[in-house]
Write a protein that binds this ligand. Sequence first.
Ligand SMILES: [Zn+2]
Length: 74
Amino acid sequence: MLGFSIPKLLLLLIILLIIWNLFKFLEKKSKSRALNEQKDQYDEEDLTECIECGTFVSKTEKKRCNICTNAFKK
Ligand SMILES: [Zn+2]
Protein backbone atom coordinates (compact mmCIF):
# COMPACT_ATOMS: atom_id res chain seq x y z
CA MET A 1 0.00 0.00 0.00
CA LEU A 2 2.82 2.42 -0.94
CA GLY A 3 4.04 2.63 2.66
CA PHE A 4 0.75 3.92 4.03
CA SER A 5 -0.83 2.15 6.94
CA ILE A 6 -4.27 2.75 8.40
CA PRO A 7 -2.99 4.53 11.56
CA LYS A 8 -0.86 6.88 9.43
CA LEU A 9 -3.84 7.68 7.20
CA LEU A 10 -6.03 8.29 10.25
CA LEU A 11 -3.40 10.59 11.74
CA LEU A 12 -3.17 12.47 8.45
CA LEU A 13 -6.95 12.79 8.36
CA ILE A 14 -7.04 14.14 11.92
CA ILE A 15 -4.32 16.69 11.11
CA LEU A 16 -6.22 17.79 8.01
CA LEU A 17 -9.40 18.16 10.07
CA ILE A 18 -7.58 20.27 12.68
CA ILE A 19 -6.10 22.54 9.98
CA TRP A 20 -9.50 22.81 8.25
CA ASN A 21 -11.20 23.80 11.51
CA LEU A 22 -8.43 26.26 12.30
CA PHE A 23 -8.89 27.97 8.93
CA LYS A 24 -12.64 28.09 9.40
CA PHE A 25 -12.18 29.59 12.87
CA LEU A 26 -9.73 32.23 11.61
CA GLU A 27 -11.97 33.12 8.69
CA LYS A 28 -14.95 33.55 10.99
CA LYS A 29 -12.89 35.65 13.39
CA SER A 30 -11.58 37.99 10.67
CA LYS A 31 -15.06 38.29 9.15
CA SER A 32 -16.66 39.35 12.42
CA ARG A 33 -13.80 41.79 13.03
CA ALA A 34 -14.28 43.32 9.58
CA LEU A 35 -17.98 43.70 10.30
CA ASN A 36 -17.25 45.42 13.61
CA GLU A 37 -14.81 47.81 11.93
CA GLN A 38 -17.39 48.61 9.28
CA LYS A 39 -19.96 49.31 11.99
CA ASP A 40 -17.55 51.56 13.89
CA GLN A 41 -16.78 53.49 10.73
CA TYR A 42 -20.47 53.96 10.07
CA ASP A 43 -21.05 55.24 13.59
CA GLU A 44 -18.20 57.71 13.29
CA GLU A 45 -19.37 58.99 9.93
CA ASP A 46 -22.89 59.76 11.04
CA LEU A 47 -23.54 62.32 8.35
CA THR A 48 -26.27 64.77 7.64
CA GLU A 49 -26.69 67.26 4.80
CA CYS A 50 -25.77 70.89 5.28
CA ILE A 51 -29.00 72.91 5.20
CA GLU A 52 -27.26 75.64 3.16
CA CYS A 53 -25.36 73.83 0.39
CA GLY A 54 -26.16 70.12 0.81
CA THR A 55 -22.58 69.13 1.64
CA PHE A 56 -22.47 66.13 3.94
CA VAL A 57 -21.31 67.12 7.38
CA SER A 58 -21.19 65.22 10.65
CA LYS A 59 -24.18 65.71 12.91
CA THR A 60 -21.97 67.37 15.52
CA GLU A 61 -21.62 70.36 13.18
CA LYS A 62 -25.27 71.31 13.69
CA LYS A 63 -26.42 70.87 10.09
CA ARG A 64 -24.18 73.59 8.71
CA CYS A 65 -20.80 72.83 7.10
CA ASN A 66 -17.63 74.79 7.75
CA ILE A 67 -17.89 76.52 4.39
CA CYS A 68 -21.34 77.94 5.10
CA THR A 69 -20.44 78.77 8.70
CA ASN A 70 -17.45 80.78 7.49
CA ALA A 71 -19.49 82.43 4.73
CA PHE A 72 -22.16 83.34 7.24
CA LYS A 73 -19.62 85.00 9.53
CA LYS A 74 -18.28 87.23 6.75
ZN1 LIG B 1 -22.82 74.20 3.59
